[in-house]
Design a protein around this ligand. Structure first.
Ligand code: AHG
Ligand code: MN
Ligand code: MN
Length: 336
């Protein structure tokens, strides 16, 4: 049997060989991974743990919070507060940033997360997940504000997600490729199960919520129409469609076998750039996808180059297999 490499061993060795994971970042990643384990346990209990259903509150985006949204947010905050690796945190489920309390030392990093992605899938027992993004705090003053978080995604120090599915899987990047870990439930440890992940440049699989098609911009309709036309259409090949409804699971599929994931702009709310959130959904996924040889745009520009203007900013998302992302983006740049 080949030797099993744990998350800790992987992080220590990466630092030793490439100097990419200093102590505070290693602690941060290990703490997030431990928090994800706790969330996985809560998810697995389901009805037995009284974790299903709504919490009876709304978040800053006006969405109804599920009990697991609130629980996962609390688990991540509690786990990350005291280690001295963070200056502040931001979350989909909190209106403003959470500064590390004065009683703890302040660290060099800032953590953003979508504590529970795919909330509408919780009660129906479909894969959900946690998405996170790590930024460096710029400057050494103790004070920190929302402005400090408004850095383009290309400045991320690390990003990752955990899928709570048939397997519990953690996918991570610190800017030198991806590493995938699977949770061994018997031993409670994260075991490295893949470290050379490449997204194929071409694909015949797309993921988009087709029920909104009539509201999209013409270039987006054109792209999907051409996919639907299959072998006898301009693309001269048949396409397959998948839509889990949890970005984390849809992205995990395309990281595993290729594909393109799209959440487009929609004319019903023209001033809203998209549904997904730039800083804790699109940016970390774009970083991961690029690290695996894929591409990520907002249909016009590279996501990682976008300068955020607010914490909960939304964005259109096209990411995955490079040639498909480039095609969608080219159609939008041409305007048709
Ligand atoms: P969240 O549960 O964190 O609010 O995110 C849900 C997102 C994303 O995971 C998914 O791709 C998308 O919403 C699904 O949207 P539709 O319900 O419009 O298909
Ligand atoms: Mn989400
Ligand atoms: Mn969420």
């Amino acid at each position: 049997m080949s030797k099993r490499i744990s998350l800790t061993q992987y992080l220590v060795e990466q630092q030793r060989e490439h100097g990419t994971i200093p102590a505070q970042l290693r602690l941060l990643i290990e703490v997030v991974a431990r928090a994800c384990k706790r969330i996985a346990i809560a998810v697995n209990k389901g009805a037995l743990g009284d974790v299903l259903g709504t919490a009876g509150t709304d978040n800053v985006q006006g969405e109804v919070q599920k009990k697991l949204d609130v629980i996962s947010n609390e688990v991540l905050i509690e786990a990350n507060e005291w280690g001295g690796h963070l200056a502040a945190m931001a979350s989909e489920e909190m209106d403003s940033i959470h500064v590390v309390p004065n009683r703890y030392p302040q660290g060099e990093y800032m953590l953003l997360f979508d504590p529970l992605d795919g909330s509408s899938n919780i009660d129906v027992n479909i894969s959900i997940g946690t998405i996170f993004s790590v930024l460096r705090k710029i400057g050494h003053a103790r004070g920190i504000s929302e402005e400090d978080f408004l850095q383009p995604g290309k400045q991320q120090a690390a990003a990752g997600y955990c899928v709570y599915g048939p397997q519990t899987t953690l996918v991570l990047t610190v800017g030198s490729g991806l590493a995938m870990f699977t949770l061994d439930r018997e031993t409670g440890s994260w075991v490295l199960t893949d470290s050379d992940i490449r997204i194929p440049e071409d694909t015949q699989e797309f993921a988009v919520n087709m029920s909104n098609m009539r509201h999209w911009a013409p270039p987006m309709k054109r792209y999907i129409d051409e996919c639907l036309a299959g072998k006898t259409g301009p693309r001269a090949k048949d396409f397959n469609m998948r839509w889990v409804g949890s970005m984390v699971a849809d992205v995990h599929r395309l990281i595993t076998r290729g594909g393109v994931f799209i959440y487009p702009w929609d004319q019903r709310e023209p001033e809203k750039p998209g549904k997904l959130r730039l800083m804790y959904e699109a940016n970390p996924m774009a970083f991961l996808v690029e690290q695996a040889g894929g591409a990520a745009t907002n249909a016009k520009e590279r996501i990682l180059d976008l300068q955020p203007t607010k914490l909960h900013e939304r964005v259109s998302v096209v990411l995955g297999s490079k040639n498909e992302v480039e095609r969608v983006t080219a159609y939008h740049r041409e305007g048709g």
